[in-house]
Design a protein around this ligand. Sequence first.
Ligand SMILES: [Zn+2]
Length: 298
Amino acid sequence: MRLPYAPFLALTLGLAATPALADRLKVVTTFTVLADMAQNVAGDAADVVSITKPGAEIHGYEPTPRDIVRAAKSDLILYNGLGLELWFDQFIANLGVIPSETLSTGIDEIPVAQGAYEGKPNPHAWMGLANAQIYVDNIAAALAKHDPANAATYTANAAAYKQQLIATIEPLRARVAQIREDQRWLVTCEGAFSYLARDFAMQELYLWPMNADQTGTPQQVRGVIDGVRDHDIPVVFCESTVNTAPAEQVARETGVRFGGVLYVDSLSGPDGPVPSYLDLLRVTAQTIADGLDAKGSN
Ligand SMILES: [Zn+2]
């Protein structure tokens, strides 16, 4: 009598061993930076994946059918907001009833200074230290709202992660603060560093305000060449997700150094230089500090 039930029993036991994994909250984010932040807050309590891949251009991304299928199977979608993801409204409309939460709520906005997005909030708020901590709190609140059983875990993980954030960025901020004030210029391709520049007491100059706008026109190149000459700026940078040629042209024509690649919109893959958000902050701030220090202005 008992023998026929044995396989059924085994199957039941086998299933009983895995529900912790199957029941974990499944979270999707719009880009890799948010995914890494969210995974740090989630710890082992939730699974997080990014729609856009490492190295991707994220403003004007075109979601694939596979992205939609994956997101439709998730429990929660986390996105930046502030107009960063131009594709998001259409994307979420295709998913049906998946809840979504914006992570930039409550941040201290800086408006875009020029171009088609003039006056709108600059969406790259995760690059500011105080704002990044607000993102972390918003992630913890969003996860707790959709998975109340693990709320205490999310709160504790968020607190620890914020301490890591501060420990990562404060020494670099202190280093940049030692650079002479009139040399503290941050020249980039996209105007994606307004929040970092505010934190680091730097002035910014960029080729184009947003990757979603026109990029690298002759007028934009000319404008930055003039700015570099007017302010005697020693170094220019560009970001990992865009064409660096216009910035290198500025460096060539002005005779200043090209200081290398900064990371802002996208992480690298696991074997690259910035597999995590803390790496992204550290490498970017270090590249800026190294580029300015190399002039020997002190
Ligand atoms: Zn951007």
